[in-house]
Design a protein around this ligand. Structure first.
Ligand code: AHR
Length: 631
């Protein structure tokens, strides 16, 4: 043996004798070997009224507590205003309201006031009312007075400067309840969030108000619609479904507090509002039709969760005749979503302003019914299942926990994990039983970071997602929870939420960006791949889009060092010499985004040269990566 050959042999022997962990990590991708079809509905959203998700969140309403309720703090958000020598008193009047459903009102009694010293009532919104220049705000209220012909001045005033950004006068109040509309147009004012909406009168009188409302310009200019910035964040996730309306919010603490959908449709005067289990009252401005229009705006399908006779404080309805009204309630709800003009509830939807039925394929019966101590879910689920299937045989029925007797089409499984757990569960579904129902991972999150997840959580989320995507023959849908948090003090009931906001701005957490990266590079088929000799906390999965000839290689490096990975593509004739590598990384796993630093951790895309079907790519410390290759 000559000298170089001898050296090579010694080296080879040395390599073979190294422990496995010291061998170079490699990732072999059988690009021509799809092992599963990726569910086209894979990534979606889960939503409920929690952390001021709708009121004070995505729902555009700027006025807090627009419907005064009986609770002790009903007037907290409606202090009186008395300029100069004027005198005013604000109270809750239980004896009069604008409709048979809204029987209370804010009574504003002004005993002294002049045009120079007006008096009335004000509202600070949800931690401030945001004002932007050259914008039109659409307002309305219901009112009556004991001084017919009275006018009400409405204005948006900055708390610090006192500058009035916009004002309007509403004339012609009468002794009868009537709705009035107004619009507030701002000029060249600076952007600010510390504003009040102020309603005053200029002479002594009593005015009764209800449903005082103000909306900024909304997404797709929908009247009474959603906040544009938050909708844009969601649109970037390309979600395919919206699981609505919860979560615990569906169930309520008691049966009377459930999401009683019939009380959330039609004019606001028909919506009594209700107590949510997350410790505040919901305006129900985000009612069933608004949820559906939210779906329509983002091209998502509703995944409709129907109340199934169990509420959180252990109220439950026994299967059998007692449950029938709730089953009927669900059937009516499905009809409202999908029915034509010839159906009672389809006609109701048309009356509410939406002629076209909505697409609907999935119904979830209840939420987390494993917590029902009466163990009545087997019977309750079966009753709903049979009734829905009989009328709507094509609907897929989701159970919230395993059931005996009837086999659900889909099972919803929830995972709230520490980062350590998410990493260790990245292979949870690899060996999962394939003979049962399909799986909907309806709530999942790595809970590290507050109010929104940090990079460590995002790394763990991404590791977990490689496992979900790899098993998408079984997992047909997945949605993170909770979706939203108002980051102001008192806004959060549940820590670690995907998207944070205040009155003015919103931001995506690192976990949000990890999902954007994954969902916008989903592909149509899962590809066989093998990760060898990778250190702990390195994860990978691969999908492809065979029509577009794209491979999406997802690599998570949750270690503190850069990780070179020898990637070998088999089964492709060629690979394009340039690929796109999108990376999100940070200096430490505690790096995060916040309302003041919204862009600290974000994905960045750049081109990388690809030498051929075998190449080495190095992945940054603490990074989530998507390598998009063309073949
Ligand atoms: O996402 C927060 C809560 O967690 C949901 O309301 C409930 O379904 C789960 O327990």
């Amino acid at each position: 043996m000559n000298k170089p050959a001898a050296t090579a042999a010694i080296l080879a022997a040395l390599v073979l004798s190294l422990p496995l962990s010291a061998q170079a990590p490699s990732f072999t991708i059988q690009a021509d070997h799809p092992i599963a079809t990726v569910s086209p509905t894979f990534y979606g959203l889960m939503t409920e009224e929690i952390n001021f998700s709708y009121d004070g969140g995505i729902y555009g309403e700027l006025v807090r507590d627009r419907t005064p309720s009986r609770s002790w703090d009903a007037l907290n958000n409606w202090p009186m205003v008395a300029r100069g020598n004027s005198l005013a008193n604000v109270s809750l009047d239980e004896s009069t309201g604008p409709s048979a459903v809204l029987t209370r009102s804010l009574r504003v009694t002004v005993s002294a006031a002049t045009p120079d010293s007006p008096a009335g009532v004000e509202n600070a919104g949800y931690w401030g009312i945001p004002v932007r220049p050259r914008s039109v705000y659409s307002g309305s209220f219901y009112a009556k007075t004991d001084e017919p012909g009275l006018s009400v001045s409405v204005s948006l005033q900055n708390d610090q400067t006192g500058v009035v950004a916009a004002s309007a006068t509403v004339t012609g109040l009468t002794g009868e309840w009537k709705q009035f509309t107004y619009s507030l147009k701002t000029g060249d004012v600076p952007v600010s969030s510390n504003n009040h909406l102020i309603l005053t009168i200029a002479r002594p009188a009593t005015v009764w108000f209800n449903l005082i409302s103000l909306f900024p310009p909304t997404y797709h200019a929908r009247p009474g619609g959603n906040r544009t910035d938050i909708m844009n964040l969601l649109a970037a996730m390309q979600p395919k479904f919206l699981r609505l309306p919860g979560g615990n919010y569906l169930e309520g603490d008691h049966i009377a507090d459930r999401f009683d959908w019939k009380k959330t449709i039609g004019p606001w005067t028909d919506r009594p509002t209700h107590q949510s289990p997350w410790r505040y009252r919901s305006s129900d401005g985000m009612g069933l039709l608004e949820f559906l229009e939210w779906c329509e705006d983002l091209k998502m399908e509703p995944l409709l969760a129907v109340y199934a006779g169990y509420s959180l404080a252990q109220d439950h309805v026994d299967p059998g005749p007692a449950l029938e009204p709730y089953v009927q309630e669900a059937l009516d709800e499905i009809e409202y979503v999908t029915g034509g003009a010839d159906t009672k509830w389809g006609a109701e939807r048309i009356k509410d302003g939406h002629p076209a039925p909505f697409p609907l394929h999935y119904i979830e019966v209840g939420n987390e019914d494993q917590f029902d101590h009466s163990h009545s879910y087997d019977g309750r689920f079966a009753q709903f299942y049979h009734a829905i299937k009989q009328r709507y045989p094509n609907l897929q029925i989701i159970a919230t926990t395993p059931v005996k007797g009837v086999t659900p089409d889909v099972l919803d499984e929830h995972f709230y994990m520490s980062a350590r757990e998410s990493f260790s569960q990245a292979h949870h579904y690899d060996a999962y039983e394939r003979k049962g129902p399909k799986i909907f991972v309806g709530e999942w999150a790595t809970r590290e970071g507050d109010p929104t997840p940090n990079l460590q959580a995002a790394l763990a989320d991404a590791a977990w997602l490689t496992g979900l995507e790899r098993n998408s023959d079984l997992i047909i849908m997945a949605s993170y929870a909770p979706l939203f948090v108002n980051v102001n003090p008192g806004g959060m009931q549940w820590a670690t939420d995907l998207i944070g906001y205040d009155a003015l701005t919103s931001y995506g957490s690192p976990s949000y960006w990890a999902q954007v990266m994954f969902s916008t590079h989903l592909g149509t088929e899962v590809i066989a791949s093998t990760l060898d000799n990778a250190p702990a906390r390195v994860y990978a999965s691969v999908t492809r889009d065979n029509k577009k000839h794209k491979l999406f290689v997802k690599v998570v490096n949750a270690t503190s060092t850069a990780q070179p990975l020898a990637i070998a593509l088999t089964g492709v004739a060629k690979v394009a010499p340039l690929a796109t590598l999108t990376t999100m990384s940070g200096k430490t796993p505690n790096a995060t985004n916040s309302i003041t630093h919204p862009d600290a951790v974000k994905p960045m895309a750049h081109s990388v040269a690809i030498a051929g079907p075998k190449f080495t790519e190095t992945f940054a410390p603490y990074s989530v990566n998507v390598l998009e290759l063309s073949y």
